[in-house]
Design a protein around this ligand. Structure first.
Ligand SMILES: [Mg+2]
Length: 198
């Protein structure tokens, strides 16, 4: 069966649909005795920001699986409305680097927040996007994944966060945006209810 919708979207989940960092920072502070805010997360390697070893951070993050943390994440403002507005004309492929063991929790979360999607794939970063995905538009918050995607897709939207600002110049395909309202604007749609701030 051929999908007649003209657009194929590849959409990340954490940082794009779910406020991972904002919800993660208080837990990280408690665990490692820090007093960080989301603005302090200026690199994707949380262990470097928290001043702990990679193993300590990996163990901590692995320990969050099964605690319901991912099921309680707050949605990024405007994300659900934007995808609902886009779905009539776009195939929505969610691609996440979460562990595949979080699939049930992830699907339940998407359902609870009425976030529409056509496919959900679990893939390791930074090579999350593949040519076979035939994505026209990619939406990411991970700079490395966005740069990789920009070699495969004609348009990549990078949602702006302190941890992805460490590059002076983005490739032409890659556009930095502050929120979902801006993405809809680029795609020729206007925001419906929200989408002002990420
Ligand atoms: Mg992400």
């Amino acid at each position: 069966m051929t999908d007649k919708r003209p657009l194929r979207l590849a959409v990340d989940i954490d940082g794009v649909l779910a406020n991972l960092v904002a919800d993660f920072v208080p837990l990280m502070n408690r665990r490692f005795g820090r007093n960080l805010t989301p603005d302090d997360i200026t690199q994707y390697a949380f262990e470097a920001v928290a001043g702990v070893s990679t193993k300590e951070m990996d163990d901590f993050m692995r320990g969050l699986i099964g605690t319901g943390f991912y099921g309680r994440l707050t949605p990024v403002r405007g994300a659900a409305d934007a995808l609902r507005a886009l779905q009539p004309q776009a195939h929505i492929h969610l691609i996440t680097s979460r562990p595949a063991g979080l699939e049930a929790e992830t699907r339940a979360w998407l359902h609870r927040h009425a976030i529409p999607y056509d496919a959900l794939t679990f893939r390791r970063r930074p090579h999350k996007l593949r040519a076979e995905d035939r994505a026209d538009v990619v939406i990411e918050d991970d700079l490395e994944a966005a740069l990789t995607a920009a070699t495969l897709a004609p348009r990549v939207f990078l949602l702006d966060y302190p941890y992805n600002r460490c590059v002076a110049l983005l490739p032409e395909a890659c556009v930095r945006v502050r929120n979902w309202g801006e993405i809809l604007g680029y795609l020729g749609l206007s925001a419906q209810g929200g989408g002002q701030d990420v």
